[in-house]
Design a protein around this ligand. Structure first.
Ligand code: AMP
Length: 487
């Protein structure tokens, strides 16, 4: 492998292409931006896709989750648009608002030294920031289809000179829910544009749908026989449906992962599971399509910043979202389609790191779990549910260890103040009621120790997201009003 390429995740094709390009070949202002992001070498997909992208060809690029796809289209976009042209020259369409924000943030950094400015266009927030961005001459639009159509219909977004169109998570963008919007957007774009599709999964039906958008595309696949990341270990627990909630809490308490996204199939399930975990004192929060956008961004910001341990989510969080160091992905419910398993579990094991995917399988979902494993050519190992007694003992051990650690670190004057409580402690331990008080204090201690530290003032992450304007979500006058798109 060329030493110009950053370590591929296992199972990825080794890149020895004559057209391989390295970071040294980039213009200095983009190299500087890559350095700002801490990137020193291309990932395999970047090394393959960037040289092909800059030739102007249409491309279908299939590469595993977390392999650097955003850079693979972000770098050439920044390179190819003209900074002095203050009009929309490239459009990147994504299936979710969160992914829009994440991609826009990466493109903002990549374009910083070159004077290329992207604007994020997505629903659930006011129009003002987006209109200002468009009027200000943003050269790149990153957005979700519904709000982009709004801006096109009102005349605020003129796509007629957008010579580059990227469909990120292309299989989702060309799925039933988005296909009509995609066609409407395409109609307004120049015919001689360059169109590119990027996704971890590009099944044959998506390839044929994609041909309606792409012109004689080159197919670049960085996945050999497998679409999965070998760094992810797959496990499953057999559990009765009715006991899933308590068993999930037991597993989390026994195994004590640093962080996890817990995927549910419905908003209702998300609400129930997250409330159940919180009741048990675990540091959990929820995100689903019916949450207000600013709350979605706040929760997503916390899990990304590492200040929330357990995020319970519908698939709105599954696509493309990049969370460094996510330890576990849990399928509380087995996903409705086999490829969704890959997108969900791809939130962990990113950029060569290891990760664990856990599925809770009841008699009800055993069939779909088997299908997902077979379709994705995965092997999952069964795990025994932790015994109730064992979990209680481990909780106690961990709580005691944390108390002892805190005691060791106590400053002498604080220790003296704590000692003043000794007589009270002796009295409490002598009676049944007093022991109940001690048990309650231990429980509180355990809850606190489970919580991640409070959020620091964030640099980057969702904190960079445009502040939702105080105005209600209302189309400016004269603008045709569309139904808001919730996913
Ligand atoms: P993506 O697949 O685009 O979501 O990227 C996954 C992660 O890889 C992100 O955290 C990127 O910042 C990171 N990444 C992308 N390109 C590179 C690179 N060339 N070197 C190191 N990290 C990278």
């Amino acid at each position: 492998m060329s030493d110009t390429v950053s370590q591929p995740t296992e199972g990825e094709e080794q890149v020895q292409d004559p057209e391989l390009m390295s970071m040294e070949d980039l213009p200095p202002e983009i190299r500087r931006a890559c350095a700002d992001l801490g990137w020193t070498k291309f990932t395999p997909v970047q090394a393959r896709a960037i040289p092909a992208f800059v030739t102007g060809r249409d491309l279908m690029v299939q590469s595993k989750t977390g392999s650097g796809k955003t850079g693979a289209f972000g770098i050439p976009i920044i390179q190819m648009v003209k900074p002095e042209g203050r009009y929309v020259q490239a459009m990147v369409l994504t299936p979710t608002r969160e992914l829009t924000l994440q991609v826009c943030k990466e493109l903002t950094t990549l374009g910083k030294h070159r004077g290329v400015v992207p604007v994020a266009i997505y629903g659930g927030v006011g129009y003002k920031t987006q209109l200002d961005g468009l009027k200000g001459g943003a050269q790149v639009v990153v957005g979700t289809a519904g709000r982009i159509l709004d801006h096109m219909q009102s005349g605020a977004l003129d796509p007629s000179r957008a010579g580059i169109l990227v469909l990120d998570e292309a299989d989702e963008m060309l799925s039933m829910g988005f296909y009509p919007d995609m066609r409407r957007i395409k109609e307004e774009l120049p015919r001689d544009r360059q169109t590119l599709m990027f996704s971890a999964t590009i099944p044959p039906n998506v390839q044929s749908l994609g041909r309606g958008f792409l012109n004689d595309p080159e197919f670049i696949s960085l996945s050999t026989d497998k679409l999965t990341v070998d760094e992810i270990e797959n496990f499953y627990y057999i559990t009765p449906q009715a006991e899933k909630e308590s068993n999930l809490a037991r597993i989390l308490e026994a195994e004590n992962p640093d962080s996890a996204i817990i995927f549910c199939n419905t908003k209702d399930e998300v609400r129930r599971v997250s409330a159940g975990l919180k009741r048990r004192g675990l540091d959990a929060d929820a995100i689903s399509g019916d949450l207000a956008q600013k709350d979605r961004e706040r929760v997503m910001g916390r899990i990304k910043a590492g200040t929330l341990r357990f995020l319970v989510a519908t698939d709105v969080a599954a696509r493309g979202i990049d969370i460094s160091d996510l330890a576990w992905v849990v399928n509380y419910s087995v996903p409705p389609a086999p490829e969704v398993y890959l997108h969900r579990t791809g939130r962990t094991g990113r950029m060569g790191k290891t990760g664990i995917a856990i599925s809770l399988v009841s008699g009800f979902d055993i069939g779909s779990f088997d299908i997902a494993m077979k379709a994705n050519r995965l092997n999952a190992s069964e795990k025994e549910l932790p015994a109730v007694d064992g979990v209680a003992a481990r909780i106690l051990e961990r709580t005691e260890a944390a108390i002892e650690r805190d005691l060791r670190e106590l400053a002498p004057d604080e220790r003296a103040r704590a000692d003043e409580f000794l007589p009270a402690a002796k009295e409490l331990s002598a009676s049944e009621e007093g022991c109940e008080v001690i048990a309650f204090l231990l429980h509180r201690y355990y809850q606190r120790m489970n919580a991640k530290p409070p959020p620091e003032p964030e640099i980057g992450g969702a904190a960079d997201a445009p502040e939702p304007e105080p105005e209600p979500e209302e189309a400016p006058r004269g603008r045709p009003r569309r139904r808001s798109r919730r996913r």
